[in-house]
Design a protein around this ligand. Structure first.
Ligand code: MRU
Length: 372
């Protein structure tokens, strides 16, 4: 991508979080400048910035922004963490930057004046956000390595035909992403025969974003409607499914973009590996099982109208989509679904691979990677 998914800037006008506005892709690479935490909250809700790991990075920069610009940091952190409920990384990133901010305030020398200790605390929050951003890029490279090795073990010989859903590439990460990064590594190794890209209704993250990333990387890809996946499996055209995750519960249940669970059922029926790729920061051991994961419900309009989400702007009425249902039709629009662990062949993380997926193995991996 020419424009990074997220960056921090400082100028005479003050600090800002600059996003690649994903609602405008693939038509244009436009940047969205957030100069206050509320603007970033709106960008998160409207999916201008999205995808679990990137939401964590955005949340952390949001806390740094609040601190740098003198907003109430606790209020901003709470609003950012609550902007979307399912992606575990959002609250993780917010709380990490907030802890750094609070720690610096607590450490402030008694002789420091208030302005000085606030500045130091803001610097600490920004350093935490930058660290998370860098760690995410490094973790993404490790997931790609682990995932490619696993693919080679599961599918020895030949080129792989991989199906993916939603978007999990550089647009969701400080690096090259999660599931998409594995497909990209296979492509670079000359082992990707085809990337099947689900369009991902209703907001078309597959068609708008994954196809855009695949094209930019010169990958052999084909777009399909979500409901064409069944016939593709039946025709024996899928060797593996690779998806990301928004939250992984302690028992290995995986919340990801709605439409992932039906793919897991199909993969199981057709004996095709169903592989989830996510950093350990997406694993939430405080959420015991799939039923305990809060699934975000979004506006029915996203289903009753054919639309890309719009960024709300003060004084500008949201542009409507094209109606595809009778006026007043009710719509069921969960943003995610939950796949039970028995349908998941492996969870590939930045810290290693869990297979078979059991609570014990997942817990062990998390313990190893989070000694504190
Ligand atoms: O609603 P979105 O676009 O934020 O949903 C994103 C997904 O479901 C991705 O597949 C998920 O975050 C995993 S990618 C790291």
């Amino acid at each position: 991508m020419g424009v990074p998914a997220i960056r921090w800037t400082e100028s005479a006008d003050g600090s800002a979080v600059v996003l690649l506005d994903q609602t405008r892709l693939p038509a244009e690479e436009a940047e969205l400048v957030c100069t206050d935490p509320q603007g970033l909250v709106e960008a998160i809700r409207s999916l201008a910035v999205r995808g679990a790991p990137l939401l964590g990075i955005a949340g952390a920069y949001g806390v740094a922004l609040a601190a740098a610009r003198g907003f109430d940091v606790r209020e901003a952190a709470d609003a950012l963490a609550a902007a979307r409920p399912t992606a575990a990384n959002l609250a993780y990133g917010v709380r990490r930057a907030q802890a750094a901010y609070r720690g610096a305030l607590a450490d402030a020398d008694g002789g420091d004046d208030t302005a000085q200790s606030s500045r130091r605390a803001a610097e600490a929050a920004l350093a935490a956000a930058r660290n998370l951003h860098r760690e995410d890029a490094e973790g993404s490279a490790r997931m790609a390595e682990h995932g490619l090795r696993l693919l080679e073990q599961l599918l020895p010989g030949g080129g792989h035909r991989v199906l993916t859903h939603c978007n999990s590439g550089a647009l969701v990460s400080g690096g090259e992403g999660t599931a998409f990064a594995v497909a990209l590594a296979a492509h670079r190794a000359g082992r990707l025969r085809r990337l099947w890209v689900d369009e991902t209704r209703p907001l078309l993250q597959g068609a708008r974003l994954t196809a855009y990333e695949a094209a930019r990387n010169g990958m052999a890809y084909t777009l399909l409607t979500d409901n064409a996946a069944g016939s593709l499996f039946a025709a024996g055209e899928v060797d593996a499914v690779l998806i990301g995750a928004d939250r992984i519960a302690a028992d290995g249940s995986v919340a990801n973009k709605v439409g992932s669970y039906p793919l897991a059922v199909l993969a199981h029926h057709h004996q095709v590996p169903f592989i989830v790729v996510a950093p350990v920061t997406t694993v939430d051991l405080d959420t015991p099982d799939g039923a305990s994961i809060e699934v975000e419900q979004r506006a029915g309009r996203e289903v009753t109208e054919f639309m890309a989400p719009q960024v709300p702007q003060a004084g500008v009425e949201a542009v409507g989509g094209i109606p595809v249902a009778p006026l007043g039709a009710q719509a069921y629009n969960p943003a995610f679904d939950v796949t039970p662990p028995e349908l998941v062949t492996a969870i590939v993380t930045d810290e290693g691979v869990v297979t078979p997926v059991t609570e014990e193995r997942l817990g062990e991996l998390c313990d190893r990677s989070r000694p504190d």
